[in-house]
Each structure stands twice: as C-alpha cells, then as structure tokens.
Design a binder for this molecule. Structure first.
Ligand SMILES: Nc1nc2c(c(=O)[nH]1)N[C@H]1C(S)=C(S)[C@@H](COP(=O)(O)OP(=O)(O)OC[C@H]3O[C@@H](n4cnc5c(=O)[nH]c(N)nc54)[C@H](O)[C@@H]3O)O[C@H]1N2
Ligand SMILES: Nc1nc2c(c(=O)[nH]1)N[C@H]1C(S)=C(S)[C@@H](COP(=O)(O)OP(=O)(O)OC[C@H]3O[C@@H](n4cnc5c(=O)[nH]c(N)nc54)[C@H](O)[C@@H]3O)O[C@H]1N2
Ligand SMILES: [Mo]
Length: 759
C-alpha cells in the first residue's frame, strides 16, 4: 500500500486531513481573510480596498455573480470575495526582469498556485518564434504582431477570440464587434464550460436563457431547493439571502452528493447570533448520486401528477405547451430506476414531496452540479417541468435560479459574446454600424480546441481567463495550443496558459476591477450584469498595478484600429476616449438597455426585462412555456469503478489557487486528494491516507491518468468520488460533453483508482 506521496508530486502538496466542518463563515472566516489580504496588500490597502467592494460608488466584486442587496452593509462580508480582491490588489509584481530570470521552459514546470502568487503583470511581453524568454515589447509592436498573423490567415474563421467572465459589458461589446467586423463568430467563452446547459434548457422551455428570480423573490419563497451548488464556498453572500429567506419562513432542501458545510449551518459574521450558534439552513438534505437529479425531479413530477389538486391547471392551460406528452412520460416514471439513479430512499423522496406540496412558492437554485453532465440539458428541463406543474414561474417568490459563476459572465453573453448569435442581434448590429456581420456559427470552447488541434485555427486570442487549465483533456488542449501560430492573452496575472504557447505569444497586461481607469475623456467606469439580470456601474479606485497597463476597452479599440485599419466603419477612437459613447451604442443594439447612460447613473442600477418573470410571457417557438418529455438518463458505472466529480476547494477561484486548504472539508496543505465514500474505499481496498492514481475510462480507450492522489474517506454518496479541478482536467475527455450545450461533463468522469507507484 502506498502511503507516501509519489515522487514528482509538487513539494508543497502534502495534504493533512481533519474533520469536515458543520458550519460556514463565522469568526474563523474573518481571521482567514485578513491573513490572506495582509499578505498580498498590507494593512492599510486591505482596509481601503475591502471597504469599497460592492458599494454604490465602488467596484463590483470580481468574485462571483451573486447580486448585491439593495442596501449593502458597509463592507458586506464575504471571505472569498475578499480573497478575489486581494489576489487582484496584491502589491507583488511580475516585471520584465522576472521574465528575464524565468524562461518559459521553467515557468511551464511550475504549479498554477506558484504562477499566480508571483503578482500582477506590469508590461506587455512577447515570446518570439524559437525563443524561451518573454521580452518587453511596446504596445504598438504587440498590435503589429497580432495584425501580421491575422493578415496571414486565409479566412477570419482561422482566428478564435475567447472571453472569460470578468470582462465588463463595454469591453465585451467592443470585443464581439471587432471579431464580427473582422468576419468571424468564433467567440467561445467560459460559459461554454459553465452554465451553457442552463441557457440551452431555459431558452427552449421558457424563452429566456437566464434565471427568472430577483433577490426579493428568495425572501418571499416558501421552499428553496439548492441542487448541485456549494454556496458556502462559491457564492458566500447567497448564505445571507438564504438566512433571510428562512427568517421569513422559507424551508430549504439541498440536493448534493456531499454534505456541504455552508448549507448545514451559516454563521453570519454581521449578526450577534452569527458569531455564536448561527442558523441551520437545511431542512432536508438529499444525498443524491452524481447525475441522479433528472430521475429525482421526474419521480417528483409523477407524484405531483398523482396528487389531486396539486397541479396548477389554470396556469398549465393558459401558459404552457406539451403538457399531455410530458404527463404521459412522467406517469410512466419507474420507482426502481429513480431509486437506483438517485441512491435515495423512498422515504427521502416522499418527505421532499410533502414539503413541495405544502409550499405555494418554490425556487430551484443550481450551479455546476447540474450543468456538467452528459444529460444536463434534459435534467434542467425536468426542473422546469417541475416548476411549471405548480405554476412556479412568473410570480413572486417562485422561479428558476441558475446561479452564475464569473461576476460578469451573464453580461458578456448579453453583449453578444456567443458563437451562435441570434439573427435579431446581428440585424441590430448591422443596422447600427453598417457592416454585414457573419451569419455562420462559430466555435465554442470544445470546437475551438478541435480546430486548433487540427490546424483549422491558427490565432488564439483570450480576453482574460486561463483557457489551457480551464478546458478539458489537458494534454489534448495543450498540444492544440502549441500548434497555433500566435497565442495572445489579455491578463491581470500569470497563469499556465502563458506557458503553453503557439509559435509566437503575447501577454498583454490589463487593469482589474479595483483600478482607476482614466482615458482622454476623463475618468471612466464600466458596467456589469449580475446573476439576476441587474445592471450596475463599477468604478475602480486603486492606482493601476503599473503605468503601462491598458484597460480592456483600450486594448480592443487599439487592436481593432491596427487590424482593421481604414476599412473599419466603427469609431474606435471615440469609444476609447469615452465609454459613455459605447453605452449609447449598446442602448441602440441590445434590447433592455434603452437610455443606458441615464439609467445606470442611478444608485443600484436597473433590472433588465425578463418576459416570463415580468409578464408571464414566454417568447419560445410555441409562444408558451414548453413542457418537455425526454427519457430519464443517469450515469452507469461499471463494477469496481467510481464516478468522479471535479470541483472547487475553498481556497481557489477556478484555476486561481489562493491557498492549499479546503477548510470546510477538513483538508489542509494540499490539493491532490480524492474524496471517496468509506464503504466504497474499503470495498476497493484503499485505506484512508493511501495514494492512488486516478485513471479515466472512456469509450475511446485512451488512458488518461492523474497520478498521486491521497485517498480521503469522506461521506460522499455511494459510488461517487470528488477531486479538485484543474488538477483533474486531464481526465475529462474532450468529446465527453453534454448533449445540446456541448459543455464538458466535468461532473461525471468514470475512473478506477490504481495504487500509486512509490518510486
Ligand atoms: N470562491 C470561489 N467562488 C466561485 C468560484 C470559485 O472557484 N471560487 N467559481 C465561480 C464559478 S465560474 C462558478 S461556475 C461557480 C461554481 O459554483 P459551484 O457549482 O458551487 O462549484 P463546484 O465546486 O463545481 O460545486 C459543485 C457542487 O455541486 C455538487 N454536485 C456535483 N455533481 C452533482 C450532481 O450530479 N447532482 C447534484 N445535486 N449535486 C452535484 C457538488 O458536490 C458541489 O457541491 O462559482 C463561482 N464562484
Ligand atoms: N474539470 C473542470 N473544469 C472546469 C470547471 C469544473 O468545474 N471542472 N469549471 C468550469 C467553469 S464553471 C469555468 S467558468 C471555467 C473558468 O475558466 P476561465 O474563466 O478561463 O478561468 P479563470 O481561472 O477564472 O481565469 C483566471 C485568469 O483570469 C485572468 N483575469 C482575472 N481577472 C481579470 C480581468 O479583470 N481581466 C482580464 N483580462 N483577465 C483577468 C487572470 O490572468 C487569471 O489567471 O473553468 C471551467 N473548467
Ligand atoms: Mo463558471
């Protein structure tokens, strides 16, 4: 039995395991935050910066997309928001001297954690063909290099323009405008890896690919179901909203293979009670198997249909389509299949049903636990069926609540960052700017990787993010990237994607949310849209990390002027000077943004219209909310194998690793751990503390191996395992994606555990 980490494991990764916590936040969270913030920013800057997060005249938190309450406490406390801010406002710097000391071949051997800890990028740098060092380069030369490579393409479709979700509305609008004026819809974004399944399921069924609830609705709900989400870590401010909902009488059911601390008990550091006992949030915990949610909601729907008076007949008659076919399928749902798929007992499900029937107003919240499976789209559609049955869409206290990840990922999509834009959006662009945007669909993330792999794409440009680490099938993705002619990253911090490059590479340093953005037209602000469709302004206050940094809108404007030259019909210079002129155009192109500049000037901003929520109007193909009937699916795992989910620890923001602890789950000082149910682990012969390789099993027969993980006996659902992303992305096959949305199935990877070699 291997009991020591195998050789080659990062030296700092020596996991220690204690008891999982039963409550989230509280005093330890404050101590933890201040320690991390002081290390990055010092005491004075910590105080100044943290007081400005999510205040009406401050900046939007670069952490998650959870909305701000209308009257935030001064410094609405959120441990992980503070960590995101500290990571950006750090006083550490990555300068040209740093790159002189560290060749790319050295950086490529470093962990993502080490790279991120080096600090903020200060200068544009260039890796010439055949070189091993990034060298300082002027902005003019950098844009010349991009133009040279784009000019050499045989079609604009050989270029790919990726976006991560921190990009502001203004920058995103300009970026898609540039790509489309150039002539391509190759605009993949992190949403393709994230909530794409939600968008796909919702636009077909309710006609709008976004959530239908506002914060106010949570406070009015009778029942909130949180499925496939870990808010204690990933949306900590949601816990205050759940606490308030409970105080108003709501009950909460969590559906999750893991007992997550944040849902068990929340110690709100803003209240006296929170500093002691805290509030128990969960009324019922359904410890479901990975991928069992469609079967769960299907059987609930069957039971609702069997209960006299439980269906909202008026709503179904007046507002929906496809009820009969759906009802027939749901009535045929098989209990045995439901119990196998979910791993729950009949009593669990009946208890859940009673709570559903006792509740007038129901909200279902979800995140990556539901979106990253092969059958995620029918799974989410089944939740829509569930809500439609009792009229739970389009009235106060009820609705769908996909909880977004990146702070402006929803806004980026609204601004047209989408490889499959709606014809109406393109028509509006054409009318406003007078050029004909391309109509053919572009590449999403998975298709972009294939195109790079096969030599059909040659220029890769990223507006933020860490494409190489965030994408599936790390080896395939890295090889694809290395085939490119040119890779360009507009970034705040160093990451793995800067070390896995095309023949030539550029890193373009940019301002973060926290920083002051001054242009020729004066000091600028930008805007963002949160997970509930509220749009508001964000103003940075800190001095930029270096005098060379350009804002994202500046970078796009200068790039577009250089690449498109005199042919461009877009006033890029005017846009760069004054972002209000960008907002004027957005107001004329994107529905819901009428009078944008005036409305965003109001404190708190404004809500975008949402037809199902506001007027029970469903802009679908049938003009009604669509029930859907799909066969129940769930992952089938061969004997002796486990189903692995790849998820986040408490000390990371996606591929940015803040630290090596996952406090709530009792893990310290290491990330290469695999959480396995003790009974499964015993049956498979893996003691707690032993070391295993995770070996993926997928129908293509390719061996995918993630070596050296410490086994942790952990109370996850039977047959399921969990390990952190991005270390496990090597196991997720590029072609293992969700039907319809094409999102990598990062939450259902079949693996076997093999004892690690000790030397
Ligand atoms: N601090 C911090 N905040 C973040 C992020 C971060 O990395 N760090 N990332 C941001 C981003 S981009 C996103 S998208 C969100 C992600 O937010 P989450 O979706 O909460 O993130 P994950 O860690 O992937 O957690 C997935 C949760 O779903 C559960 N789960 C997994 N599979 C299933 C399933 O089949 N069924 C059910 N019912 N549950 C399942 C897991 O046990 C886990 O609790 O957070 C955002 N906020
Ligand atoms: N296996 C597995 N894979 C996953 C997931 C999973 O659950 N499991 N989750 C997926 C999800 S939900 C998502 S959203 C993706 C995330 O994918 P990405 O959004 O591509 O990745 P991040 O790690 O958020 O990107 C971090 C980098 O963004 C840059 N950055 C930070 N702030 C700014 C800014 O303001 N401007 C600019 N230009 N750059 C900035 C920094 O350089 C930093 O290194 O990963 C996906 N991948
Ligand atoms: Mo995400």
């Amino acid at each position: 039995m291997a009991t020591k980490p195998p050789k080659g494991d990062p030296v700092q990764d020596a996991p220690q395991v204690g008891e999982p916590k039963r409550a989230a936040a509280g005093l330890p969270a404050i101590g933890h935050t201040l320690r991390m913030a002081h290390q990055q920013m010092g005491v004075r800057r910590t105080a100044l910066t943290l007081l400005n997060v999510n205040q009406q005249d401050g900046f939007d938190c670069p952490g998650c997309a959870w909305p701000e309450p209308e009257h935030p406490h001064r410094a609405e406390f959120c441990e992980n928001g503070a960590k995101a801010v500290a990571e950006e406002a750090t006083l550490r710097r990555v300068t040209p001297e740093f790159f002189a000391r560290h060749p790319v071949s050295d950086l490529a051997g470093r962990s993502g954690y080490w790279l991120g800890q080096q600090g903020r990028l200060t200068h544009p740098v260039y890796l010439p063909e055949g070189g091993d060092h990034y060298e300082p380069v002027t902005w003019e030369r950098a844009f010349d290099i991009v133009a040279e490579e784009i000019d050499a393409l045989s079609s604009p479709d050989e270029a790919v323009f990726y976006t991560s979700g921190r990009t502001s509305n203004e920058a995103a609008f300009l970026y898609q405008l540039f790509a489309r004026e150039l002539g391509t819809n190759n605009l993949p974004d992190c949403s393709n890896l994230c909530h794409e399944s939600s968008g796909s399921a919702l636009s077909e069924t309710i006609g709008v690919g976004k959530g239908s609830v506002l914060l106010e609705d949570l406070y009015q709900a009778d029942l909130i179901i949180v499925a496939g989400q870990n808010p204690g870590t990933n949306h900590p401010r949601m816990l205050s909203a759940l606490e308030k909902a409970k105080a108003n009488g709501a009950r909460i059911i969590s559906v999750n293979p893991l007992p997550e601390a944040g849902l068990e008990r929340f110690k709100n550091p803003q209240t006296a009670k929170g500093l002691t006992a805290g509030t128990a949030l969960n009324d019922l915990f359904l410890q479901i198997r990975l991928g069992g949610d469609q079967a769960l909601f299907r059987v609930l729907n069957k039971l609702i249909l069997q209960t006299p008076g439980a269906v909202d007949e008026d709503f179904v008659r007046e507002h929906t389509h496809g009820f009969e076919e759906f009802a027939e399928t749901a009535r045929a749902a098989d209990w045995d299949e439901a119990l196998t798929a979910t791993g729950l007992t009949r009593e669990d499900i009946e208890r859940c049903l009673r709570m559903v029937l006792e509740s007038e107003r129901i909200i279902v919240c979800w995140a990556m636990g539901l979106t990253q499976h092969k059958h995620s789209v029918p799974m989410i559609r089944e939740i829509v069926n569930f809500l439609l049955l009792r009229g739970n869409i389009g009235r106060p206290g009820a609705g769908v609540c996909p909880v977004r990840g990146h702070s402006n990922v929803q806004g980026d999509r609204t601004m047209g960052i989408f490889e499959r834009p709606a014809p109406a959006f393109l028509d509006a662009l054409e009318k406003e700017f007078g050029f004909a945007p391309p109509r053919e669909h572009g590449y999403d993330v998975v298709r972009a990787i294939r195109a790079l792999r096969d030599g059909r794409a040659k220029v890769f440009f990223a507006m933020g993010g860490n494409f190489v680490s965030a994408s599936p099938d790390t080896e395939v993705t890295e090889a694809a990237m290395r085939r490119a002619r040119l890779t360009v990253h507009v970034s705040t911090k160093l990451n793995r994607s800067h070390t896995v490059t095309g023949a030539r590479a550029l890193i373009l340093p940019t301002l973060g949310r926290t920083e002051r953005d001054v242009q020729d037209g004066g000091e600028q602000f930008v805007t963002v849209e949160d997970s509930m469709g509220m749009v508001h302004a964000s103003r940075g206050r800190l001095e930029p990390a270096g005098p060379q940094l350009l804002s994202e809108p500046s970078i796009v404007c200068r790039l577009a002027r250089r690449v498109l030259g005199a042919d461009s019909v877009v006033p890029w210079e005017e846009f760069e000077k004054d972002y209000a002129t960008i907002r004027d155009r957005i107001a004329r192109v994107v529905p819901g943004f009428e009078d944008f500049n005036a409305r965003v000037a109001r404190p708190g901003g404004f809500a975008l219209p949402h037809a199902p929520r506001d007027e029970r109007r469903f802009p679908t193909a049938t003009g009604r909310a669509n029930f859907t009937a799909a066969p129940v699916e769930y992952p089938k795992v061969p004997e002796g194998r486990l189903l692995l989910q790849t998820l986040r620890s408490h000390d990371q923001y996606n591929t940015t690793i803040y630290g090596l602890d996952d406090r709530y789950r009792g893990i310290r000082n290491g990330r290469r751990v695999v959480l396995v149910n003790p009974e499964d682990a015993r049956a498979l012969g893996h003691a707690d503390g032993s070391y295993v390789d995770l070996v993926g099993e997928w129908k293509d027969g390719v061996e995918r191996r993630a070596p050296g993980f410490r086994v942790v006996h952990y109370p996850t659902a039977r047959g399921c395992a969990a390990a952190y992303y991005p270390e496990t992305n090597v196991l997720v096959p590029l072609d293992a994606t969700a039907d319809t949305s094409n999102t990598p199935a990062s939450k259902s990877v079949v693996v076997r555990l093999e004892q690690s070699a000790t030397d």
